[in-house]
Each structure stands twice: as C-alpha cells, then as structure tokens.
Design a protein around this ligand. Structure first.
Ligand code: C2O
Ligand code: CU
Ligand code: CU
Length: 472
C-alpha cells in the first residue's frame, strides 16, 4: 500500500504536501484537472549569450520571488533568475564560464561554485571575496576544467540564503560520456514551512544539532513529481542534495542504482547500490534500468539513516512517483562496468590531523575544529603543488559531511583500514561517520585561501569551518 509510506514524521504538513503533489494519484486525478504539480520539471537552462562555442556567458540575478511549494499557498523565497532551483548552466569541459551577476537582494551575498576547481579570487568564499552589496554586480569568470555535475550557492549567510532558495546546478559534459537513453537532473531538498506556506524561521537546539530539516521534501523544487522510466531503458540521474541538514537515503523498489560518478565526475569502477546515501552538498551520477509493467507506479523514497543523535527510526518518506512507461522496451544499451581512469594521488602517513567535534560552550551549541570555532581556527599551510594527507577525525556522536573548496580529494582509509583499490573517486564532499577517522589526500595546485567546512550549514556557521592556505 503506497499510503503506508505516509507515516507522519512530526508534522501533518509533510502528508499534506505529499498528498497534493500526486502520491495519491486517484485523489488528484478525480479533481478533473491536469495537475502540473505532478509533472517532472527540470531547472531551466540559463541562456548562453556568447556565440563562441567554447564560452558560456550567462546573466544571473539574485532576487526575492514567490514560489508555490504547497498547492494554493505561496512562499516568499530568494531565487536566482526568479526560480527555485535556479537555472541550469550547461557547458563542455574546457569551456570558459562567464557569469554576469546582479545582486538584487536587499542584503549582501556572494556566489560559491561548489566543487569547481577555479582561481581563488573566483571562489566566492568570504575569505577571498568582499561580499557583493545589495544592488551591486560582479562578474565571475573561470575555466571549467572537469566534466561533472556541480552546483552554486551563496557563501554569506548561507544557512538562510540557501534554504530560502538560492542554489543552481552546473552540468559540464566530457568527451567520454556514458551512453544512456534518457538523462534527468535530480535536485534534492527540503523546506520547513508553516501552515500558511511561509518559511518557518524558528531556530532551536534540535534544528541546530542535526541541521535544519524541513517538513516538505522536494525534487527539483516540487513535491512528488512523476518520473517516467521506460522499461529496459537506461536512465541517467544527476543527483545533488542542496538541503541544509537532511541526508537523503534513496531507495526505489525493484531497482538498483549503478553509481558511475560522484562529486568530481565519472569514476573508473562503477558499483551497484540498493540505497543511495547523499549528504548535503554531495553529488551522485547513477544509471537505472526501468523495471516493471507499463503503467506501473513505484515510489522513490527517502529511507531512514542513523546519522547520530537518535536518528534512524523514522519511517520512509515519499519523494517522487516513478511510472514505468509503455516502451519501446530495450534500447540494447547495457550498464557500464568501467569508466574513465582517474589519476591516483599518492598515499602515506597523515601530514595533518583535523578533529571535528561539537559541544555546549558557554551555554551555546558550538561546532568545533581542533577545539576552536571559526574564525578562531588556525589556518593550515601547504606548499603549492604538494599533495597532503589528512586524518579527518570526527569525535562527535553524529556524522558531519566534510567539504573542501577548490580541490578534489581521494579517500585512502577508514579508521586506518585502506579502502579498496577500485573505490577510487574524486570527492569534494564526504560523510565523516560519527566517532571515526577518515584519511584523505588532496593535491593543492592553486594558490590562495581555501575553505573547508561541514556542509550542514548550521554547523558551518557555528564554527565548523577552517582555511587551507596554499603558498603562491
Ligand atoms: Cu557548498 Cu563552502 O560550500
Ligand atoms: Cu564548495
Ligand atoms: Cu556538521
């Protein structure tokens, strides 16, 4: 029974949201009108104004806007080019991206290009860019060095600006893209809404501890959209989690996710996953083979995941309806067993240990790096061109998704046990499981001041952030 998935989380709103968006298909069709809330809608591509095929030049404006997450209700959001999610930027590897940005918000902002290797002064982090004042403009320009799926978002007041709608995605295609019959973008998010549809801005210790989790789950800004999968056909999903605090743990009954890529692009050794865990900031590139009878409907769910502090007991939550199409079946394409090679960075003993923890500190919940709260975290200095091994030690009783700006890193070991050779991947965001140590290696080949932080934004803004300074 599909409705058995609709076990209340803590709020009736979640049920309301899921119900209006089409998880109750009979209910919505009996209203007699075609409900566009059910349809699958992707972020609209930003217009490339430059005729040169190797230059992608787009206009981007951050401004206040309105969006309807719940049927018949509007939410005052912050949006890039008026939409949530913001526009899709499409490019090929090697292209130059030029973004003419206008800040029409009533407050300052910046744009950070999450996962993209770029010059330090284009990174949008407060350590390297004076915030763009209300009404001001700024031009971002850099080369897209790596094929993959990236996203962009503010890096001032990000806890608030991102959850209110400021995020967009970038798809950079490479020369060796895997064959698929269809490709979809999946932006995972949640919003915490009051009954009148407005954002609930409440802050309490629970919301801070786990990061803000919403009561309405969204895929591409919609509740319960319907994804069509053709039987036997290969569908590629580019997935990103833009939520402040929620981890998504995806499951689709009768289907297996073939993971072909992650944050930094395709991986050499694809693998299968029954559940796909996506932490805030992470991306996964997966292939699915549609399985089932034409017309059959299956629910893509977010399964419970124990990330600490008594999480893990929640019932599965519906995210999207998957409808098996009428065919034509079997494109003849098969799941790839291998992907492009990635240069393996050298391992070795840790050069630096970074310890993450959380504690009450003078009556306030603080998230700490080596016992300090940013900006009181001493920067780590590394030589330009060097590779550097880190032990990332999570002393907290919850998982923290670690994110590094400007560089990819590779996982070498978990709690001292080397990871399998075929698990090679370029990551920029990685779950550090509670009470464990993860060893990673990065090569620093771009000088400047680069941030690292927990991508639970409530934690980043309460101290769990630091800087790596790469010498000129
Ligand atoms: Cu996506 Cu510093 O962040
Ligand atoms: Cu980033
Ligand atoms: Cu955290």
């Amino acid at each position: 029974m599909r409705s058995s998935l609709l076990v209340p989380l803590s709020s009736a709103l979640l049920i309301l949201a899921a119900g209006c968006g089409g998880s109750d298909e009979k209910g919505s069709s009996s209203q007699g009108n075609t409900d566009p809330a059910d349809s699958w809608v992707e972020p609209a591509p930003a217009t490339d104004t430059n005729p040169d095929p190797t230059i992608v030049e787009v206009d981007l404006e951050a401004r206040e806007a309105e969006k309807s997450f719940l049927e018949g209700k509007t939410t005052a959001v912050l949006a890039y080019n008026g939409t949530v999610p913001g526009p899709l930027i499409e490019a090929n590897v090697g292209d130059t991206l030029i973004v003419h940005f206008k800040n029409s918000l009533p407050e300052e902002t910046t744009i950070h290009w999450h996962g993209i290797r770029l010059p330090n002064n284009m990174d949008g982090a407060p350590a390297v860019q004076q915030p763009i004042a209300a009404g001001d403009t700024f031009t971002y320009q850099f080369t897209l060095r790596d094929a993959g799926f990236y996203w962009f978002h503010p890096h001032v007041m990000e806890e608030e600006q991102i959850r209110k709608g400021l995020f967009g995605v970038i798809r950079v295609r490479g020369q060796d893209e895997p064959q698929a019959d269809d490709e979809k973008i999946v932006v995972l998010n949640d919003v915490l809404l009051k009954e009148d549809g407005s954002f609930d801005d409440e802050v309490d210790d629970d919301l801070i501890m786990l990061g803000r989790e919403g009561n309405v789950l969204l895929v591409n800004g919609r509740t319960m959209p319907t994804l069509e999968l053709e039987p036997g056909a290969l569908t590629r999903l580019r997935i990103v989690n833009v939520a402040n605090g929620r981890f998504f743990n995806l499951a689709l009954p009768g289907h297996t996710f073939r993971v072909i890529g992650t944050d930094g692009g395709l991986i050499p050794k694809p693998y299968d996953a029954e559940r796909l865990l996506v932490a805030p900031g992470e991306r996964y590139d997966v292939l699915l083979i549609g399985q089932g009878e034409p017309g059959e409907e299956i629910v893509l769910t977010n399964e419970a995941y124990a990330r600490g502090h008594d999480t893990g007991e929640a019932a599965p939550m519906p995210l999207a309806t998957v409808r098996i199409g009428a065919g034509p079946a079997l494109s003849g394409r098969t799941l790839p067993d291998s992907g492009p090679a990635i240069e393996r960075l050298p391992g070795g003993a840790a050069d630096t240990t970074i310890t993450f923890d959380e504690r009450f500190f003078q009556g306030e919940l603080k998230f700490l790096v080596d016992g300090n709260a940013y900006p009181d975290v001493p920067p780590i200095n590394v030589e330009n061109g060097s590779t550097h091994v880190f032990d990332l030690k999570n002393d907290a009783e919850m998982d923290h998704p670690f994110h590094l700006h400007g560089f990819f890193f590779q996982v070498l070991a978990r709690d001292g046990v080397a990871v399998a050779d075929d698990a090679l991947a370029n990551k920029d965001t990685l779950i550090l499981p509670q009470l464990s140590t993860t060893t990673v290696v990065a090569r620093f080949d771009e000088p400047g001041d680069w941030m690292y932080h927990c991508h639970i934004l409530e934690h980043a803004e309460r101290g769990m952030m630091g800087e790596i300074v790469v010498s000129p």
